[in-house]
Structure formats: C-alpha cells, structure tokens
Design a binder for this molecule. Structure first.
Ligand SMILES: [Zn+2]
Length: 298
C-alpha cells in the first residue's frame, strides 16, 4: 500500500480505535537512508579531493534498495501481522537543500519499494529529510513528499506522538515553525498525561540520549539542558517509550523505572557492529517489549 501521510496533525490508520482490545505488534525501523552507503564508501577514500557534485549526480543506492526490499519481504511474511511499521527518520540520504534532484530520484525508489508493504508505513522526519538546519523550503519539500512532519495517531488504544526532532537540534532559520511544533508537543504531552490511553509513546529521529540520560552532548543526542527538561516532562506524563534512530547502532536505556528510550539501528548503512535490521515491538496490556531483528540477505 502507498506510504501513509498525516494531514493537519493527524494520521489515520486502518485500526485507529481509541479503545484497548488486546495485545498487538508493530514494527519500528530507522535510517533506510537511500544513498548513504555510497557516501560512506567514498568517505573512506580521498574526501578532500572528491568532486561531490559529480559524485552525487552519479551516485546509486543499490545496497539500500536490497536492504529495503528485504525489510518489506520479511515484514510481509510475518505470521502475526503487525498493525503498522514506522520509519524513524533519514528516509533518504540526499540533503534537500543541496541535492534536491538526487533526493527526488531516491524518493521514487523508496515509494516504489515500500508500496509493496502489506501494512501501513508511517514516516518520521530526520535531519537528512529537512537538512541539518531546516528552512521553510526544506520543510515544504518534506511535507510535499511525505505529508506532515509532526503529528499524532492512535492505534488500538495506544497514543503515538511523532516529533520532528530537528527543530530542537537547529531551529535558527525556522523559529516560528519550531515554536508551533513545541506548543503542539506540549498539548500532546497533556493528552498523554490525561490517562485516556492504555500507553503513550513517542517516535522521533534524534535520540535525547544514546546511553545514559546525563551523558554529554555529542552529534547523536540532544543538548543536556533541553534533554533533562523534556525527559522529565515526558516521564511525568506517563510516556513509557521513546523510539529513535539516527545513531545507526542499537542503544538506549531507561530514564527511570517507567520510561525507556530505545535507539534502533539502521535498515541502511551501519556505523557500529550491529547488522542491518529493525525492531518488532509487542504491545501488551501492562507493558511494551521489543526485539531487534536482523535483515535476511536476499
Ligand atoms: Zn540522522
């Protein structure tokens, strides 16, 4: 089926029921990032002397096509059909402000592969999807490609909040959009806090932390002050899981005894020792558990 798109802050799934009925699964994945493997292979060579324009224009993403197809085929074969799959950012590698034509070609392949998925695919916006410093133009481009870049949805009594973490990483060119996003997020947190839903979870690209809540700022996490404030706010609202990507390695850990942050490695290129894969999440009445599954090579 075609990739699902949110409109006016809401995404409608086939099962958008507000009431909890029984245990179910969904798939969480990240960073299929069509095109990154090619860049990584080149970056092992002579970066200073690379003609990046020519390089991007002639680039391919055969590896990612193979990995994405493996993902689609494995999910389609699952005996217990997950209710949805969610891709937590860096859907395509080519930055929209630098290589829009390459990005468009990557998107054609992405849409072609993922429309074969038998369950709804929900997309989360990553830094490669709006640029490291988003602008009105890159945000508009993302919305035309994938629909809203922040929204919420409900599935079988579970409240799901989809954040665009890039507005917390670098809002300098889009202060008004970032402020609008932040006040929307506060409203969603209040909904979670109301206790109306069985569970409340967050999906975003950049992890608030990768190993421990008090670690220093690195490329892959939030600045400590903002992180501490948001983690406290999320935990007090009863949010039980924060699912992220961006790190291209499996990581994460518990914030307190109620809220866990889960960092899932990439479907695409790896930066650590994990194999390409995705996460199967099981939502039970009292708890949510998850397991990382490696891709089968096609
Ligand atoms: Zn990223």
């Amino acid at each position: 089926m075609p990739v699902y798109r949110a409109k006016e802050g809401v995404l409608q799934l086939p099962d958008s029921s507000e009431e909890w009925t029984k245990e179910f699964t969904f798939i969480q994945a990240a960073d299929c990032q069509l095109g990154l493997e090619w860049v990584m292979i080149e970056s092992e060579h002579d970066v200073a002397n690379t003609d990046w324009k020519n390089y991007y224009e002639t680039s391919t993403w055969e590896d990612e096509i193979r990995w994405c197809k493996s993902f689609v085929s494995m999910v389609n074969k699952m005996e217990i059909k997950p209710k949805f799959a969610i891709m937590c950012g860096d859907i395509l590698d080519a930055m929209p402000e630098r290589w829009p034509e390459v990005r468009d070609r990557q998107n054609v392949d992405f849409q072609r592969i993922f429309k074969e998925l038998d369950i709804p695919l929900v997309c989360v916006c990553g830094n490669h999807d709006v640029g490291n410093s988003p602008t009105q133009e890159t945000v508009d481009k993302y919305r035309s490609e994938f629909g809203d870049d922040w929204f919420s949805f409900v599935c079988n009594g579970v409240f799901c909040i989809v954040v665009n973490s890039q507005y917390y990483e670098d809002p300098q060119f889009v202060p008004e959009i970032a402020a609008e996003h932040d006040s929307w997020l506060c409203e969603q947190v209040e909904i979670a806090k109301s206790g109306k839903y069985q569970h409340s979870v967050i999906f975003q690209h950049i992890p608030l932390y990768v190993e421990t809540p008090d670690e220093p700022k690195i490329y892959f996490n939030y600045v400590p002050e903002l992180r501490a404030k948001m983690l406290k706010q999320f935990s007090e609202a009863g949010i039980c899981k924060i699912f992220c990507g961006h790190y291209h390695r499996n990581a994460g850990g518990w914030y307190d005894d109620k809220m866990e942050l889960v960092v899932t490695s990439a479907i695409g290129a790896q930066l650590g020792k994990d194999k390409n894969g995705f996460r199967v999440v099981t939502v039970q009445e009292k708890e949510i558990t998850h397991e990382y599954v490696e891709l089968e090579d096609l």
